[in-house]
Design a protein around this ligand. Structure first.
Ligand SMILES: Cc1cc2nc3c(=O)[nH]c(=O)nc-3n(C[C@H](O)[C@H](O)[C@H](O)COP(=O)(O)O)c2cc1C
Length: 404
């Protein structure tokens, strides 16, 4: 029987336990997309704190797929050197570091990229007011090559593996989605066609990097009425397994934050403070928003372990390791997921923000549950600032030091 704390493998990668840090955008980028010094400190704490592996926050494989000004980029050889020292410095902890590679698709921001927003299909205004244009076949080929180039460079930079971000409404998941992909050419329609872009990335990357670990993150279900259902997610997982993928992380949601990152209630304070559209409202409108937000913004339940059922089903149909993420907080749940549901790994995002050493605390019996209260303030903050825990409260100016 599997154990939470035992050495295990994903492809050629050796891990010291089954608790991973899920990809978390750190907002720690210089203007040119290189990492700031804070990024190394963040990873160092998580690695020293016992995590089985760190999956980095997403990095952009192409300029027109950039979503935030503070998103790190990895779209040319020039980024390789900026990670060599970070990766070398983490080796002593034996915590592999896996680079998450992404393209923002229709969720990219033209004001930041200076380029048109492209995705599988036309889409009306995104959160930045950009209209998304249907990508041509040539542009799709360019995007595939950009992913493969980034993956090859990840290996050169000393990352222990990569994770292809095909979840959460970013470009690759938009192609997979039966709702967002409306194409009638070979890149749309059947499951196989919608998955073609991901499959081509995997096949070409495998050729380029041999047995280098290639992981993928998918959304196994979403917030749309006619969206992706688990039956199709199982079929997708089977195709991925047959496309040289080494592990599948199971998440959910195709663009609605509240579906993917679940919270007990809508964090209106954080939305007003951090989201530009709301930050600029008059005090009266902000007051009104506070009252109506809980009624007009949809909040999803349950907030704990919400991808476990899907991941369990997927795991029954594939032989490669499956990782599950989403509201997992206690060692007893983790143990049950791994020993009884036969899911190979669990991953967490928010718990590592408040306690980078949560895994060590679990392992030493210091704590049986994360202190994270799932408030979601970290999520809205990180669009413009560096990652931090707010513990459900925006500090007054004078208290800022205490939270820093
Ligand atoms: C601040 C923040 C940043 C995130 N950034 C990413 C990201 O870069 N890539 C990604 O795949 N998921 C990202 N996520 C989603 C998480 O990986 C995870 O799927 C989700 O938060 C649910 O896990 P949790 O309940 O353990 O936080 C982010 C979540 C948060 C809270």
């Amino acid at each position: 029987m599997k154990k939470v704390f035992e050495t295990c493998a994903i492809g050629t990668l050796q891990l010291k336990n089954r608790i991973l840090r899920s990809a978390t955008h750190e907002g720690m980028a210089n203007e040119d997309g290189t990492p700031t010094d804070d990024l190394y400190k963040t990873y160092k704490k998580i690695a020293a704190g016992g995590a089985g592996a760190i999956i980095t926050g997403y990095v952009g494989v192409k300029q027109n797929g950039k979503t935030f000004a503070n998103m790190r980029m990895f779209d040319s050889d020039k980024y390789v050197d900026s990670y060599s020292a970070i990766n070398a410095g983490l080796k002593e902890h034996k915590t592999p570091i896996i680079l998450q590679v992404a393209h923002g698709g229709s969720r990219s921001n033209s004001k930041i990229t200076g380029q048109e927003v492209v995705g599988p299909s036309f889409k009306k205004k995104n959160e930045y007011g950009d209209i998304c244009r249907e990508a041509s076949e040539t542009e799709i080929e360019e995007i595939i090559n950009a992913f493969v180039g980034a993956i090859s460079n990840a290996k050169k930079a000393g990352f222990d593996g990569v994770q292809i971000h095909a979840a959460h409404g970013y470009l690759l998941s938009e192609f997979i989605s039966p709702v967002l992909n409306k194409r009638s050419d070979k890149w749309g329609g059947t499951t196989e066609n919608r998955l073609r872009i991901v499959r081509e990335i995997l096949l070409k990357a495998r050729e380029a990097v041999n047995n280098y670990p290639l992981l993928i993150k998918i959304s196994a279900h979403d917030e749309f009425k006619n969206g992706l259902k688990l039956d199709e997610a199982i079929k997708i997982a089977e195709i991925l397994q047959n496309s040289y993928c080494d592990a599948i992380e199971v998440s959910c949601g195709y663009g609605d934050f509240f579906y993917t990152v679940r919270m007990p209630q809508i964090p209106v304070d954080a939305i007003i403070k951090f989201v530009p559209l709301y930050r600029e409202l008059s005090p009266f409108k902000k007051y009104l928003l506070k009252i109506i937000a809980p009624f007009v913004m949809k909040n999803y339940k349950p907030i704990h372990n919400y991808n476990v059922d899907g991941a369990e089903l997927i795991r029954r149909n594939v032989d490669i390791p499956v990782i599950v993420v989403g509201g997992i907080r206690s060692l007893s749940d983790i143990t049950e997921i791994i020993t009884e549901k036969n899911i190979d790994f669990i991953s967490m995002s928010r718990p590592f923000i408040i306690e980078p050493n949560i895994v060590e605390k679990f392992q030493k019996g210091i704590q049986a549950e994360s202190r994270c209260i799932n408030c979601g303030y970290c999520l809205f903050n990180v669009a413009g600032n560096k990652l931090r825990c707010y513990y459900g409260k925006i500090p007054k100016e004078k208290d800022k030091q205490a939270f820093a």
